[in-house]
Design a protein around this ligand. Structure first.
Ligand code: IPE
Ligand code: IPE
Ligand code: MG
Ligand code: MG
Ligand code: MG
Length: 325
């Protein structure tokens, strides 16, 4: 059994030993750049922690953990192009520091490297299933991203559609990380499924928190442009719940704001945040988030290992609920 900070150190060391210092540097340097900006390393830690539920030699899961972190960072490179985002982890996004073509191609090669690292599990008897899980995650993320962008142009998105979208674009990878860790360790099918569902529910809560922070976060801590979702007309829970509870006049005002492009970002962000505050939708989002967190813990409780082995996962999942970054 390892503590959270031990696992973090083990992963960080592996990352240092696996730098992308190859040629041509125009292709690989942006990869080292994004990976070196840090981040919470949530998904690789989940692979390691899930493995650690069942077996002690976590080093065996490191290539898969790295693969999942490369995939996550690849998705961020392309997501930041699609979302026109200037900041990531407190620094310039890859396409702003370099250019859009760099963001596309460095992202593409990262996706291939995810499979190169997974192939290091070649002797694992579950490899085919592990790759199946990973493939489904990758498809889910693309579908979720497309729904996310489709919703920017719609003013009648249902809350169920939003939950399905975040389940695909974000929760699927968190779930897949958990399931991959379990499968590498040779867990039973039932335990692997509970691990997956734990991750999926944590992932939905995680994206709800991300959406809350995008509007209400502290710009010094958040590392991304606060208000970016409002500028991009993202149909977050905050928007959809507001449209549901507001009177006709406020609802109409918000709808209009959230389908048009603005030249005055500052006043748009201020107006929309003001509507959210007047309707207390942040509190409502917090409540929904806690519901998913509770379901996540039920799945963790159902996994057939001792409570002691679950402590680090419980600690991490609890901290995620309160996060500001
Ligand atoms: C950002 O993920 C993308 C979302 C799914 C919200 P993280 O918040 O895990 O980003 P890093 O890796 O810690 O920077
Ligand atoms: C994250 O959605 C989904 C993926 C990166 C696939 P967001 O667009 O909300 O992520 P951030 O806020 O840019 O990190
Ligand atoms: Mg996005
Ligand atoms: Mg984004
Ligand atoms: Mg976001």
């Amino acid at each position: 059994m390892q503590t959270l900070s031990q696992l973090h150190t083990i992963f960080q060391t592996y990352l240092e030993e696996n730098k992308f210092n190859f040629s041509p540097k125009e292709l690989y340097e942006p990869i080292d750049y994004i990976l070196s900006l840090g981040g919470k390393r949530l998904r690789p830690l989940l692979v390691l922690m899930s493995y650690d539920l069942f077996k002690d030699d976590v080093e065996a899961a490191l290539p898969a953990a790295f693969s999942v972190e490369i995939f996550h960072n690849f998705s961020l490179l392309h997501d930041d192009i699609m979302d026109e985002a200037p900041l990531r982890r407190g620094q310039a996004t890859v396409h702003t520091k370099y250019d859009i073509n760099t963001g596309i191609l460095s992202g593409d090669v990262m996706l291939i490297y995810t499979y190169k690292y997974l192939m290091q599990l070649a002797t694992n008897s579950n490899l085919a299933e592990i790759i199946n899980v990973f493939n489904q995650v990758a498809v889910d993320v693309c579908e979720g991203q497309q729904f996310d962008m489709n919703f920017e142009k719609r003013d009648n998105v249902a809350i169920d559609e939003y939950i399905n979208m975040i389940s695909l674009k974000t929760a699927s990878l968190v779930a897949g990380a958990m399931k991959m860790g379990a499968l590498i360790a040779g867990a039973s099918a039932e335990d692997a499924e509970h691990a997956y569902e734990f991750g999926r529910n944590v992932g939905i809560a995680f994206q709800l928190q991300d959406d809350i922070l995008d509007t209400f976060g502290d710009p010094q801590k958040f590392g991304k442009k606060v208000g970016g979702d409002i500028v991009q007309n993202k149909k977050t829970y905050l928007v959809l719940k507001s449209l549901e509870v507001a009177d006709a006049e406020v609802s109409e005002k918000l709808s209009q704001q959230m389908v048009t492009k603005t030249t005055d970002e500052v006043s748009k962000i201020e107006t929309v945040r003001g509507i959210f505050e007047s309707l207390n939708v942040r509190e409502l989002a917090e409540g929904v988030k806690q519901g998913y967190q509770k379901t996540a813990f039920e799945h963790l409780n159902s996994i057939q290992v001792t409570d002691e082995r679950k402590q680090t996962l419980k600690q991490l999942a609890t901290e995620l609920l309160e996060r500001e970054v």
